[in-house]
Design a protein around this ligand. Sequence first.
Ligand code: GLU
Length: 324
Amino acid sequence: MRRHRIALVLLAATLLIGGCAEAAPEHVGSPNVSYTEPPLPAAAAPAPETSAAPPAPEKDCGDPTASLRPFPDSDTPMPTVDAIRARGRLVVGLDTGSNLMSFRAPATGAVEGFDVDVAREISRDLFGDPDRLDYRILTSANREKALQESMVDIVAKTMTITCDRKERVAFSSEYFEAQQRVLVVKGSTIRSAADLGGKRVCVVRGTTSLTRLQKVAPTAEILTVPMWSDCLVVLQQRQVDAVSTDDTILAGLASQDPYLEIVGDSMGAEPYGIGITKANEDLVRFVNRTLERIRGDGTWTRMYDQWLSVLGPSPAPPSAVYQD
Ligand code: GLU
């Protein structure tokens, strides 16, 4: 009887110890906790040194947003436009990771956004149907090459009109004016571009965001990546302290993470144009007619209200400037 009681006590003790052992945290392997940094996105790299050489002087072409006037009538021959109509599809270069501007809607997989809607309006005027679009996914750095090699008819990808770019590609009139700003984790000590000195900042290669950042914050430690969605990941993983680019793109990143916020005033204006192969002047004039239509018939404001109202109440669409 006594032996039986001892056995029961032992059994209870074993269960108790076993239970405790299970609840206690355990170190597997070494008791020294070690932590490895997550890998950087493929092809991430520090920005090339700029301090070694004096910055290249900015090209001057007058008002870079000046474009070609739409044809007064539809009788003028339009060889590029005719070829696109004969093909039956408009080939558009864009991104599918820039929420609000051009991105895959998670629920449907459809490519949507403000830039996509501009392309749909061009398709509407070409074919009487907004959906005759074929997409080619581009990185920011590939936009000019895609036009120069005629891989696409148009680029609708948050593309800033600059004098430098106009030496290689043509642009429509301005269809949106973005502002370069800074995205940080909420509560960051970075409150504006003035705080970026010595901080790690993510930008995409081949962009005006990179060149402006190098000017505004020459001592920032810049990490360059292929796409803006890569910047979101490295900010979330705390591998950088900030991201700097157009407010349109930053608002799209912030819409995917409630812990992020846009801070500071504009670092400068980014006038967007539809990129077009330089030789295809008739297509530039055709696209400019579509842009005139959507500025005037309320379509532009509807598009702004649908996609970009996070940036504030709808401004008036930028007015067209023509060089001829
Ligand atoms: N607007 C800037 C540019 O054209 C950045 C936009 C982007 O990378 O898509 O370089």
